[in-house]
Design a protein around this ligand. Structure first.
Ligand code: ATP
Ligand code: MG
Length: 151
C-alpha cells in the first residue's frame, strides 16, 4: 500500500495527471471512498491528461462515459453507484472493456465477482481537521503489485 496526501482538489487533479502517464490498454483503476471524497475529480484529471477533455461529466446517470485515446484505444469512466444487479454489468460490456480499455471505475464494490485480478485500487479518505485534505491509498493487485512503486 502507498499513501499520497492530497491537500486540495487541484492536488488530486495533478496527482491524477501524473498517474495518467503510467496508464495504457487494459489498465483498470478502481476508485473507492465515501460520497464526495473526490473520485470523479481524480478521474477528470486522468481524462484531461489522456483524452484532452477538461471538465468531463460525472457518469452518475449514464453509468458509463467513453472517450477516445490518441492511440486509437478507449478510456471508460464508470460510476456503478446505481447498479443493483450483476446482470446490468453484463449489458454495459464492462468486462470486455477491462481487457482492452483504460478503465476508471467509481463504486467498484458493485462488481462483486466481476472484479478483475489485475487492478489498481485507489481509496480516498478525508483528512481530519482539513476540509480539503484527502489521503489516497494505493493498493496494487496482480500486475499492479509491482507497478505501483513507479507512480
Ligand atoms: N483534496 C480534494 N480532492 C478532491 N476533491 C476535493 C478535495 N477537497 C475538496 N474536494 C471537493 O470534494 C468534492 C469531490 O467531488 P467528486 O464529485 O469528485 O466526489 P466523488 O467521490 O466522485 O463523489 P460521488 O461519490 O458522489 O461520486 C468536490 O466538490 C471537490 O471540490
Ligand atoms: Mg463521482
Amino acid at each position: 500500500m502507498r499513501s499520497v496526501r492530497l491537500e486540495n482538489p487541484a492536488a488530486t487533479y495533478s496527482f491524477a495527471q501524473r498517474l495518467a502517464a503510467h496508464l495504457g490498454a487494459a489498465d483498470v483503476i478502481l476508485l473507492t471512498g465515501d460520497l464526495g471524497t473526490g473520485k470523479t475529480t481524480l478521474a477528470r484529471g486522468v481524462i484531461s491528461a489522456l483524452c484532452g477533455v477538461d471538465d468531463a461529466p460525472s457518469p452518475t446517470y449514464t453509468i458509463v462515459q467513453t472517450y477516445d485515446l490518441p492511440d486509437g484505444g478507449e478510456l471508460w469512466h464508470a460510476d456503478l453507484y446505481r447498479i443493483e444487479d450483476a446482470s446490468e454489468l453484463e449489458e454495459l460490456g464492462l468486462e470486455d472493456a477491462f481487457d482492452m480499455a483504460v478503465c476508471l471505475v467509481e463504486w467498484p464494490d458493485r462488481l462483486g465477482e466481476h472484479l478483475p485480478p489485475d487492478r489498481l485500487e485507489i481509496r480516498l479518505e478525508t483528512l481530519e481537521g482539513s476540509p480539503t485534505g484527502r489521503e489516497a491509498r494505493l493498493t496494487g493487485f496482480g500486475r499492479w503489485e509491482t507497478r505501483i512503486d513507479d507512480i
